[in-house]
Design a protein around this ligand. Sequence first.
Ligand SMILES: N[C@H](C=O)CCC(=O)O
Length: 427
Amino acid sequence: MPHTHELFEAASRHIPGGVNSPVRAFKGVGGEPMFFKRGEGARMISESDRSYIDYVGSWGPLILGHANPKVVRAVQETAAQGLSFGTPTVLETRMADKVCDLVPSMEMIRMVNSGTEATMSAIRLARGYTGRDKIVKFEGNFHGHVDSLLVKAGSGALTFGSPSSPGVPASLAEHTLTLTYNDADGVRELFEHMGGQIAGIIVEPVAGNMNCVPPEPGFLETLREVCDAHGSVLIFDEVMTGFRVALGGAQQRYGTTPDLTCLGKVVGGGMPVGAFGGRRAIMEQLSPLGPVYQAGTLAGNPVTMAAGLATLEQIEEPGFHERLENRARELAEGLEERARAHGIAMTTNVVGGMLGIFFTEDEQVTRYHQVVNSNLDRFRLFFHGMLNRGIYLAPAPFEACFLSSAHGDAEIRETLEAADATLAELG
Ligand SMILES: N[C@H](C=O)CCC(=O)O
């Protein structure tokens, strides 16, 4: 059986850092990344044949757990008919109808291949529609590795100490205005001065790339208000929250309607995917109807559509999201209780099937500075203690934990036992 260290060395020969996406490296927690070969429900099996309870879920898409039988069957049957045609397919129409039905603010939709493509295209569309260049984003929000949006970003960019990436031309970055997430006053103030120049606001309605930070009451409403008042486009990046925090996403949960929505992750059922859509008047500016160009050879790929549809059909079942959130709350409460018992300061945030764990004295975490000032050393120790006990958390301190419908009583119990032993060590 190959040793993980040898696998990592082999991977590192031709892959920068041995990984195809930086957060997979264990740089944020120390050590070397693990290699997995199989997933079953809530568990993943490593190359060294050890089973782990997985709270990463491929960074969000696997809301039904690993290798969900209906999703796997849909993929197999569709792949057997051909992998890609580069023509319209009926599956794309079915997907468009389904998403627009579940997310009513999306009157039209275009499929792409990643969340990054979705946010990049939505930004271009907002600029093309308004004829303005400036966009507003929030510090610690992450919208993929789009040039204009790799400014004060969250996720791996924050973990690795380069929230504003070299390689983004200053002349481009100067059009990105960055504000503090959940600071409604800051948003109003900026729009009073510059509203007429701002093409749009892009926001993660729940900040899942600075762990898991929900919007404060009134914050999303303020974004809607200023965009309406100044003719700017409100873009919700629901790549993480779409179909996860409610069937209709964060916009349904919090009751604020964006002009454009970006999707990814769950909508592809574990296959590479992205999508953006929204108000018809804006979407009709897209080529071939309008002048804003956007394209993709493999966009709307049939195998991806089949996996996504098989996923959406299952999560539509009444009570699905309530059950998922109850599980996440059970876990969060259990963690806090055990932390208290061992004298460790810990706060959790739960939104739907997303869970954020913060080692902090603060009773509530709602702001960026609280996230980055939480005790990251303690997180690292907690991460490794849990890993040693068979629990795979995100190997990066600013990433949320994701639960799936496959996480049952046994998994929660095992996770809490591991947490108890780990927190006892830390205490
Ligand atoms: N938080 C990131 C995306 O949502 C994690 C995935 C990645 O960067 O590979």
